[in-house]
Design a protein around this ligand. Structure first.
Ligand code: 5AD
Ligand code: SF4
Length: 459
């Protein structure tokens, strides 16, 4: 793009409003923040009212079929808007756009879409918008190259926490997962770029930073001798940041070095999200996870040895092809033994092009649902039990804002990432760190009352 083109682009879009709807994980949220950053740079402003927007962006997710169904369903609303206001620009981007069958569907059934691109193509957005200004028809920005683009503008959606993607892509090819196909190979950002960004975020007043990657433990595998534990250790020296979190860790690469860095405490929060997926060695092998249930348990035990109060959360898939009742009971018994503080549980969803979608012995829906409900019942018991440990204690809470249902109740998170709703008469703000007395415990949240402002590091 020439400077003249950029001036033309800005004068066309300045003052107009955009709406961004994000589906899926925090990596996608961070991508949407970059899209917002680029649109803000054109002089546009964000709106939560889709009917008021001149540019509508759907940043899509394709991890499970229900994500796709929801997105295609919601596109129906956009069709109505576009019929009334044909000048509105409709953008579809993100993971779904890297699957050919979805692009074909958009081209044949959703002809009102103006512009499509994938997760690695965000930097092209100004040029694509410029093309759209000058041409009709569908503009396609989907590329095959897996680049790292530094210094894109970012508009952080939340004031209390900034997201920072440290590694893009995934090389693991778990047999059920579409991510390696749509987000490409692993690329680690240079440590100096990450640390420069983190320092800047701290200076800008963000209390919490979350380091993101499909598998953060792969960070640095493309360097000679600097890994995720080194990055976390360097990041923890940035005093302006009160809380550092990261996700997601893969058990096959979660080593003692990383847990030892976490054990130093400081601003690294005592929470590890460690997807187990299954407790059966047979199913884990079919999933291509490259660890056994025993190895998983070893990591958990070491983590609890060096960080005794650590909170450990997980992801579990039920109904993976070939999962027998014996396999499922192994999952349940490992969960009984570990007692996760929280778990995200999913029913297997076949993704076109992944090995698991074509495996024999797909599990019938009713069997999957029945297993799922047993799993959720057990986990809810463990989640409540984990929350009960905080009853009548004082927890340090990073304030996320007013709770949804009340103007006197605030919501925030403890270091262990537990959600707290608490009453407070003082004027407090998103990003404040406060001490809260926990007065009662529910399965998915704690209730409490404000005690005082906390001047420490929030850990
Ligand atoms: N079906 C069900 N769950 C899946 N996940 C990833 N792919 C699938 C799939 N095809 C789950 C895994 C992963 C989480 C982000 O989503 O548990 O850890
Ligand atoms: Fe998917 Fe496995 Fe990569 Fe996670 S590690 S994104 S589950 S392939």
């Amino acid at each position: 793009m020439t400077n003249n083109n950029l001036v033309e682009l800005r004068s066309f879009f300045a003052g107009k409003k955009y709406y961004v709807r994000t589906y899926g994980c925090q990596l996608n949220e961070n991508d949407s923040e970059k899209i917002s950053g680029i649109l803000d740079e054109q002089g546009m402003t964000n709106t939560d009212n889709i009917n008021a927007a001149s540019v509508i962006v759907f940043n899509t997710c394709t991890i499970r079929e229900n994500a796709n169904d929801k997105i295609f369903g919601n596109l129906g609303i956009v069709k109505g808007i576009k019929r009334k206001s044909p000048d509105v620009i409709v953008i579809l981007c993100g993971c779904m756009m890297k699957e050919e069958h979805n692009v074909t569907k958009v081209k044949s059934k959703y002809k009102f879409v103006d512009l499509i691109f994938g997760p690695s193509d965000i930097y092209k957005l100004p040029a694509l918008l410029f093309n759209r200004m000058n041409e009709g028809g569908l503009i396609c920005g989907i590329g095959d190259e897996d680049l790292i683009i530094e210094d894109l503008p970012v508009t952080h959606k939340k004031k209390f926490r900034a997201l920072s993607t440290i590694i893009y892509g995934c090389n693991n090819f778990c047999s059920y997962c579409i991510v390696p196909y749509v987000r490409g190979r692993e690329r680690s950002r240079a440590p100096e770029d990450v640390l420069k960004e983190l320092k800047m975020l701290g200076d800008q007043g963000f209390k919490e930073v979350m380091l993101l990657g499909q598998n953060v433990n792969s960070y640095g595998k493309d360097f000679d001798s600097y890994d995720f534990a080194d990055l976390l250790s360097d990041a923890s020296k940035i005093d302006a940041i009160s809380r550092i979190r990261f996700m997601t860790s893969h058990p096959k690469d979660t080593d003692r070095k990383l847990l030892d860095v976490m054990a130093n405490g400081g601003n690294i929060m005592p929470h590890l999200h460690l997807p187990m997926q299954s407790g059966s060695d047979r199913v884990l092998a079919l999933m291509n996870r490259k660890y056994s249930a025993g190895q998983y348990l070893d990591i958990v035990e070491y983590a609890r040895k060096v960080i005794p109060d650590i909170s450990i959360t997980t992801d579990i898939i039920v109904g993976f092809p070939g999962e027998k009742e014996e396999d499922f009971s192994e999952t349940l018994s490992l969960m009984e033994r570990i007692r996760f503080d929280n778990a995200f549980t999913f029913m297997f969803s076949p993704r076109k092009g992944t090995p698991a979608a074509d495996m024999d012995d797909q599990i019938p829906d009713d069997v999957m649902r029945e297993r799922f409900s047993r799993l959720v019942k057990l986990q809810n018991k463990c989640t409540l039990e984990s929350g009960m440990k905080t009853l009548n204690t004082v927890q340090t809470v990073l304030v996320e804002g007013l709770s949804q249902n009340s103007d006197k109740v605030y919501a925030g998170r403890t270091p262990h990432n537990r959600l707290v709703n608490f009453t407070c008469d003082k004027a407090i703000e998103e990003g404040d760190i406060v001490d809260v007395d926990i007065t009662s415990v529910k399965t998915f949240s704690l209730n409490g009352r404000f005690l005082s402002f906390n001047s420490g590091n929030g850990g």
